[in-house]
Design a protein around this ligand. Structure first.
Ligand code: UD1
Length: 382
């Protein structure tokens, strides 16, 4: 049996690492060889957005690199399809495995199915209902085409059933990203916050504030809905620089898109000059996990961080109006509250979250063994 699995952008790497390990373990234990080929589409190419994660998570180098790089969605998806088609035709895999909801997920599932190759989607069934998000389009198309849809939770199973997906195509496996979190937790815990800051400063002459455990905020922002509109991004920056940094140090690893937009909107100098705001380059997996473990509060528009906050119990303000991951929300037992990008709402929930404190929650099957369930489901479906 031959499997091609695909990664393209940062949030894919922590999902594929445990899957590759599950294949290696299976091959050693069963004597039955699953041949595996890792394809990197190259959507994320900066060292800090890609190679850092391969190194930290012991992911073997990609067997095939498509080198698609940056571009519009159509360019990224189109170029990936053109390159990936050649790979599938040459390699003739039994399965193509895609994870998450990035452009690689869409491009490679469509390509596989057009070549009559079976496709498995890990992290199937998530729905935000927001068709203005590229990720939602990617999820819808990939799930519609996939032969095996492996879901992280039962809410996702209901979504798929509601769309008419037959039961036999659906498998409940848990959250594969949590396999990585559990595997790397101890190593992350051994890092010091001061060390993480020092190693990842964006600007050499930054004055690093005294950062105490449980008394700092961490933020990540990259969604177009937050960083692509001047008015919205400006009001968020005003809130952060006039309120959050007064309460505690704010640590901000900056995504390339957010940085570009700050510069374009003339906000860069103000952000750089704000004391108690530590600008960092995009940070590695363990560094982010370490910061998350003892943060007083997390502000983010990332789906993956919402999930990690839920397991660790870090109060999380999700700067979106909707989520495809409702299981991480406070009302389902999780740590996250949707605050959109309205400052009044953010301020209110920020104050509430500070009072509420840390509350870890582990949804069903988010137990560190999801990758094994995924491989088993693929072998059973073959
Ligand atoms: C992509 C994913 C998103 C995911 C996010 C995590 C899609 C549709 N979106 O969004 O779901 O949450 O990754 O980061 O697939 N850039 C660099 N260096 C890089 C990569 C990108 O400078 O290594 C720049 C690009 O030139 C572009 C911007 O960052 O200007 C955005 O990159 P892109 O890959 O288009 O999408 P993301 O916003 O990262």
């Amino acid at each position: 049996m031959k499997i091609i699995s695909v990664v393209g952008a940062r949030p894919n790497f922590m999902k594929i690492a445990p899957f590759i390990r599950a294949i290696e373990k299976h091959n050693i234990q069963s004597g039955q060889k699953v041949e595996h080929i890792l394809v990197h589409t190259g959507q994320h190419y900066d060292h800090q957005m890609s190679q850092t994660f391969f190194d930290a998570l012991n992911i073997p180098p990609a067997d095939i690199h498509l080198g698609v790089g940056s571009g519009s969605h159509a360019e990224q998806v189109g170029n990936t399809m053109i390159q990936f088609e050649k790979v599938v035709m040459e390699q003739k895999p039994d399965w193509v495995v895609v994870v998450g909801d990035v452009n690689a997920t869409l491009a490679c599932s469509v390509t596989a199915k057009k070549l009559h190759v079976k496709c498995c989607h890990i992290e199937a069934g998530l729905r935000s209902g927001d068709w203005t998000m590229p990720e939602e389009i990617n999820r819808l198309v990939t799930d519609r085409l996939s032969d095996l849809l492996l879901t992280p939770d039962k809410l996702s199973i209901e979504n798929l059933k509601g769309e008419g997906v037959p039961d036999e195509k659906i498998g409940f496996v848990g959250n594969i990203m949590i396999d990585t979190l559990e595997e790397q937790r101890e190593k992350a815990a051994s890092l010091s916050i001061a060390g993480v800051l020092k190693e990842n400063l964006l600007l050499e002459n930054t004055v690093i504030p005294e950062v105490e455990e449980e008394h700092y905020a961490v933020m990540t922002l990259h969604r177009p809905s937050n960083v692509d509109h001047k008015e919205i991004f400006t009001s968020l920056i005003d809130f952060l620089t006039s309120e959050v940094v007064v309460d505690m140090p704010l640590l901000w690893p900056i995504h390339p898109r957010a940085r570009k937009q700050l510069e374009q909107f003339g906000l860069w100098d103000e952000v750089v000059a704000t004391s108690n705001l530590v600008l960092m380059q995009p940070i590695g997996y363990h560094d982010m996990l370490r910061l998350n473990m003892n943060a007083k509060i997390f502000l983010t528009d990332s789906g993956g961080l919402q999930e990690e906050c839920t397991i660790l119990g870090t109060p999380c303000l999700t700067l979106r109006w909707n989520t495809e991951r409702p299981i991480t929300l406070w009302e389902h037992g999780g740590a996250s509250v949707l605050v959109g990008n309205n400052v009044e709402r953010i301020r209110k929930e920020y104050r509430n979250a500070l009072v509420r404190g840390r509350k870890p929650f582990r949804p069903e099957l988010w137990d560190g063994h999801t990758a094994e369930h995924c491989l088993k489901a693929i072998l059973n479906a073959s």
